[in-house]
Design a binder for this molecule. Sequence first.
Ligand SMILES: [Zn+2]
Length: 258
Amino acid sequence: MEQWMICVYLFIVGLFFGSFFNCLCDRLSNNQSIIHPGSHCDNCKHELTWYELIPVFSYLFQGGKCSKCKIKLSFWYPFTEIITGLLFMGSFIVYGFTLNTLLSIVISSVFICVIISDSKYMVILDEVLIAGIILVSIIYIFQGGMINLAYRFLRGLVLFSIMLLIKVFGDITFKQESLGWGDIKLAFFVGIVLGIKLGIMHIFIGAFLALPYALYITYKNKDNILPFGPFLISAFFILFHFQDFFYNLLSIIFRGAI
Ligand SMILES: [Zn+2]
């Protein structure tokens, strides 16, 4: 198969997965079954037919409205579908015919799901993290065997513990919940993939990315609850794809310090 055909194929598969991730996050975050009932309009309960379920295209052909009750559909859906398509395709363009392409696709999927569920419902789903951990574990066994995987789990546990300490310290200092449990469980996944050094870095970069938004909501005097997950997962996503750069950066910083 030609390379461009694989790219187109992965883009289309990504669109469908993006659509599935939206449905998955909407339903699991609201404690609904993912199988029953079938896809429907949230407003008029009109059951969607197959041609209303095609990612992006259905949205465009219906002019961004429900075909029955004409309520405006959120632009969020086609947007996240396209992003998922681009990430799946981009994974192959960057990593080619290697297991890293699969790894990148799994990580992109967790990235999208955490952003959807945490920004919409302030929750990072256990189901997403467990699926992510199982899938990357299988890939790591193929890449480096069981011992490699055991080490990775150990690193995950260390990062999980570090995040837990930050939470305990933060809760006592600010006398309110500083970090959600989802962020701490996410750290286990991040530790497995990135290891301890880059894992610690993901906390700092996540905080750095969240800072403008945190200042904005403080300035606007809105409620002080900020979903930290989208920032943490974005930091993780950046670190995963630019690992070499950040390793070099760390070695320069620590050489300078000594
Ligand atoms: Zn409707």
